[in-house]
Design a protein around this ligand. Structure first.
Ligand SMILES: [Ca+2]
Length: 487
């Protein structure tokens, strides 16, 4: 049975049973030659849900190129984003740090939504990444890499706070905004960092073109291509012909939006063209390709009693973008590195956005930058199936409100995952929820009362971590809180 059939048969959930980690059996020892620097191609899809690709079990969306990529490398079934929405994850990726260190907890302000329903005052949120952070691009630049950011940046605008300010040699299309320019996905884009193409050119295709040009122009030097597509974030705008195709297709597993499916397929076509380019230029062997998302899919609204907001469907996961339930933070992820990573391999060890920075450094044989804390751990040992990670747990801190129709997608919260257990703490009322993801990936059975010792163990871990990173926990009552007041 191939992996896709396995995932289908197992309903995806069962893949997380081997939570202890990747198969320890080693592939073949291909040691990294000191000084040999691989290229890095990092494809980051915006808002792509855990099950929005074929290799994670979707039968509605069609992603043959991404699926092929996944069969040539390792799939991580417990990959997480640092934030349940865009900006915090991106800041963590670029800095290698958990959100309390860079202060970007959410998108925009931390008190979004109806103020009279907010019980506590959340800490202020930052919307830009400090230029004094030693970014991954700066670390790679000092080792001779040329780097480009192509697509959504969302952490500030050049020259002070955009990709170039953080060490990227090239910035195409990225600034403080979290969605495409005023023109949307079709040219004229009205994006100040992207020249318009021919009328009607599709943004995903354009970013692919730019990626192909960059790879061609830099085939002889080590490069880092950060390709954070604007897709598949709103506005949901797709090529008409592709949309028509999905209109004729029967929805499956709650995935039913033809235009969104077409956006996913355009991403897939772009990935196919880029992989073909690597083949053509004989760069495949020496290029590590990462594919993942910045947060969960826009779904999980039905549980909130909201029917019309769901764009994709994250089942079997609970919730979606903007929540610390698995649907908001668990993402698809695959890594390909021919000769180093066994084709068709799977890893269930939890990994998270901050792990990429140290992974790049280890793959390139570089030491950690001085004076800059890296919170993650290199996953190279997992990829080579040599060793497990040293850390005990991973953490989230989201002290912010995110609105949903008449209420909230989330209230301020934090979370920890240790082994198969995950604890979520909601700061408004100190409510604790504990789940065993091993047999409850959908987070339906709160074990907090049944397993008080386990709950305390994880809660203590979370509190200790918050102290270690000076995470601000909101406690102050909101004087405007007045749920009885008419809207
Ligand atoms: Ca996002």
């Amino acid at each position: 049975m191939n992996r896709r059939d396995f995932l289908k048969a197992a309903g995806v959930a069962a893949v997380s049973t081997a939570i202890s980690g990747c198969d320890a059996q080693e592939l073949r020892s291909v040691d990294i030659t000191p000084g040999a620097k691989p290229n890095f191609l990092f494809i980051l899809i915006d808002d792509m849900g855990y099950k929005d690709v074929g290799f994670m079990g979707s039968t509605y969306y069609e992603t043959p190129n991404i699926d092929r990529l996944s069969t040539q490398g390792m799939v991580f079934t417990s990959a997480y984003s640092c934030g349940p929405n865009c900006a915090p994850t991106r800041a963590s990726l670029i800095s290698g740090q958990y959100s309390p260190r860079h202060g970007i907890y959410t998108v925009g302000s931390s008190n979004r939504g109806i103020k009279r329903l907010q019980k506590i005052i959340p800490p202020a949120n930052k919307t830009t990444l400090d230029s004094n952070v030693t970014s991954i691009a700066e670390s790679l630049k000092s080792a001779g890499y040329i780097s480009a950011s192509m697509g959504k940046w969302h952490l500030g605008t050049d020259p002070e706070l955009g990709p170039v300010s953080q060490g990227f040699d090239i910035n195409i299309g990225g600034d403080k905004r979290g969605s495409p320019g005023r023109g949307g996905y079709f040219s004229p884009y009205k994006n100040p960092n992207l020249t318009d193409g021919p009328d009607g050119q599709y943004l995903t295709d354009r970013l692919t073109e730019e990626a192909l040009k960059f790879i061609g122009a830099n085939k002889d030097k080590p490069f880092f291509l950060y390709l954070p597509h604007y897709a598949v974030h709103t506005p949901i705008q797709a090529k008409k012909k592709l949309t028509e195709k999905y209109k004729r297709k029967t929805p499956t597993d709650g995935q039913r939006n033809p235009a969104y499916a077409a956006m996913v397929e355009s991403v897939d076509q772009g990935v196919g063209r880029i992989l073909a380019k690597l083949d053509e230029l004989n760069l495949t062997e020496n290029t590590v390709v990462f594919f993942t998302s910045d947060n969960g899919g826009v779904g999980g609204y039905r549980e909130l009693g909201i029917k019309d907001k769901e764009i994709t469907h994250n089942a079997p996961l609970r919730g979606g973008k903007g929540m610390l339930y698995e649907g908001g933070i668990r993402v698809p992820m695959t890594v390909r590195w021919p000769g180093r990573v066994k084709p068709g391999s799977t890893c269930d060890t939890p990994v998270i956005s901050i792990d990429f920075y140290p992974t790049f450094l280890e793959m390139a044989g570089l030491s950690k930058p001085s004076g800059h804390t890296l919170d993650g751990e290199s996953i190279l040992g997992l990829l080579k199936r040599k060793n497990q990670l040293k850390r005990k747990a991973i953490f989230w801190h989201f002290p912010a409100y995110l609105p949903a129709k008449g209420g909230f997608r989330t209230t301020p919260a934090g979370a920890v995952r240790q082994g198969s257990y995950k604890l979520i703490e909601f700061f408004e009322d100190n409510r604790i929820e504990l789940y065993n993801l091993n047999d409850d990936i959908g987070e339906q059975k709160n074990l907090a009362h049944k397993m008080p010792e386990k709950a305390k163990e994880l809660h203590d871990l979370l509190k200790n971590w918050r102290n270690s990173v000076n995470a601000p926990v909101p406690k102050e009552p909101n004087p405007e809180y007045n749920p009885g007041k008419p809207a």
